[in-house]
Ligand binder design. Sequence first.
Ligand code: CMC
Length: 431
Amino acid sequence: MSGTKDAQTATLTLPDGRSTALPIVVGSEDEHAVDIRSLRQDTGYVTLDSGYMNTGATTSAITYLDGEKGILRYRGYPIEQLAEHSNFAEVSYLLIYGRLPTEVQLTEFRRQLTRHSLIHEDMLNFFGGFPPTAHPMAVLSAMVTSLSAYYPDSLDPKLLDLHITRLLSKVRTIAAFSYKKSIGQPIIYPKNALRYCGNFLHMMFAVPSEEYVISPVLEKALNQLLILHADHEQNCSTSTVRMIGSSGANPYAAVAGGILALWGPLHGGANQEVIEMLEGIRDDGGDYQKFLDDVKNKRGNRRLMGFGHRVYKNYDPRAKILKAMADEVLEHLGVDDPLLDLAKEIEAVALREDYFISKKLYPNVDFYSGILYRAMGFPTNMFTVMFAIGRLPGWIAHWREMVQDPGTKIGRPRQIYTGEGERQYVPMSER
Ligand code: CMC
């Protein structure tokens, strides 16, 4: 683990009067941390921080985010610039390898992504084993785990780049195949002439009987959406990938775990929940004020999905870009979606309400992304899969950073035990 050691230390005084000096670690954006790694050894104490509200699990050189100021940068580049000027393949390279690729490097990276876009034909049988109602996240995670059966050498350091491109390329193919299977259509194989996002659109929406023309508006929007989701430092799914990877598990297993962590409604599953919430409000007559009152009064544990964030206490910069994009893309596609108007009205009202102001709850990345995916033709249950494809380079970059760090240790938090003291076993007849 790197990070500059400050000359200063923090002193912790314990109830018995003992005190211990703890080093301060400073990040490149002047973030300060108290390094408690020697605390237990020196004092017998551990720290308690459930939900890791205030725990730096690692140092990392991949993504910088300042939740108070609404700043997000990948490898130093502001998200706004990357969303406007870059494309998903280039951003994936940037996140994983730490620098923007030269033209030669990007061409080779793209060539590798194209080369590895097929999955073993035997794997096609696996899709048939799922019920048609299976959530695509269940299928995706199982299929990514299955990839490890086909590539048992994925922990060979010499083959790291090969497995990175395999993962990036095949997850996209699996996602599209699982969609085609779920709607009972024949799968569409990738086309080598197409780029990453165009190829995905082709596999999702082409049918064998006619030529599918890729809309440049859709392709650009998809590139932007995936870029906006590509990394977010130590979030729940990325921390899961790092945790699984820290045991020495292979990258397919680690990424499959990340997919499962992402699925939850408080994390990547929120984009599906947002649309279902908006549809529910619309179907109930459109009275969003009643819905907001239920949220504020915590009736039925309701939350305004797509609002709030553990780290952002300001407008999520990704949501700002997505809101503008939603207007632009829907207009280009000629889609008039009343859910977009409803979402905007709810946002405007919520941002004036004391409840949301005092808790610093703003729209997050999931509030508008579902409306975009819907307009682009993706069914609601594919939204979280789209998030997973976007987050993939981030997961891979963190897994790679971790396995290449000689200081990595297996992730193993402590606990404070609150159960029974020692007691004697009671035979069944005496209970
Ligand atoms: N609607 C209503 N109240 C909320 C919301 C919300 N969306 N989010 C937080 N709160 C309230 C919460 O009830 C709590 O109130 P109180 O202090 O009275 O108990 C307070 O705000 C703090 O909430 P918390 O759950 O302790 O905060 P957290 O940092 O643990 O949770 C969160 C962050 C994202 C899980 C939460 O804001 C949430 O559930 N949001 C809705 C789900 C969502 O949109 N998730 C996507 C997050 S962005 C994509 C990603 O990276 O995963």
